[in-house]
Write a protein that binds this ligand. Sequence first.
Ligand SMILES: C[S@@+](CC[C@H](N)C(=O)[O-])C[C@H]1O[C@@H](n2cnc3c(N)ncnc32)[C@H](O)[C@@H]1O
Length: 229
Amino acid sequence: MSFFSAFQHRARDEELMDRPDCDPGQLFRTLDQFHGVNRCFSRARGLLRRTVLADMQPGQPRHLVDLGAGACDLPVWLLAAARKRNLDLRITAVDADPRIIDYARKRYGHIRGLHIREGDALALEAHAPFDYLFANHFLHHLPDEAIPALLAEAHRLCRRGFVISDLRRSPWSYLGFSLFARVYRDSFTRADGLTSIRKGFQPRDFQDLPLTLRTQLPGRIQILGGCFQ
Ligand SMILES: C[S@@+](CC[C@H](N)C(=O)[O-])C[C@H]1O[C@@H](n2cnc3c(N)ncnc32)[C@H](O)[C@@H]1O
């Protein structure tokens, strides 16, 4: 198989950070580095401004669930952005990894409106009722078989809408990130980032589903449902 044709289908490789026995120091450094990756490349803040924050009105309390929330830098930013706009937002940040939950609670357990919960994102009903669902760089952790069911649950349970941002499976993203990510040392950021791009998505992966899809540089795919469609 050539380098380019390998991007026709999603890879199934395990990420180093998902191994229960991975080095905790490298895991926590990876989580710290996600903060910068999210700020510089994920486009998640603009996406949340255009969707969730634009949809909210002062005086209307809303609940958002963030799936695969990691160290929680995005929910913490979103709560601050909502507060600045005088919006009443509460966030449940869900992650399946107890080491990551501990780490997030130590950093952000004191933030008002943020509830950090250990749990499987696929058991979405456990967090209902909620108005919005958000996930950044989470969906590619799931196998193909789990994704349509999760999106159907999101449609069923979200009272307003959902916004999922992930990586576009592209050889150009892979080459670009492999060069840039040499700056990330002593962590899983570069290796897992490259694996994640191979496990990412192309718009045709969702073609039969009732969703709005957007692509954005650098190498993002955004999946919008409910009132954001
Ligand atoms: C690449 S990290 C992204 C973290 C965060 N959303 C961010 O943007 O920085 C993916 C996260 O998804 C979590 N995860 C993977 N599978 C999960 C599942 N089935 N349920 C909940 N969390 C899961 C991992 O533990 C990890 O923290």
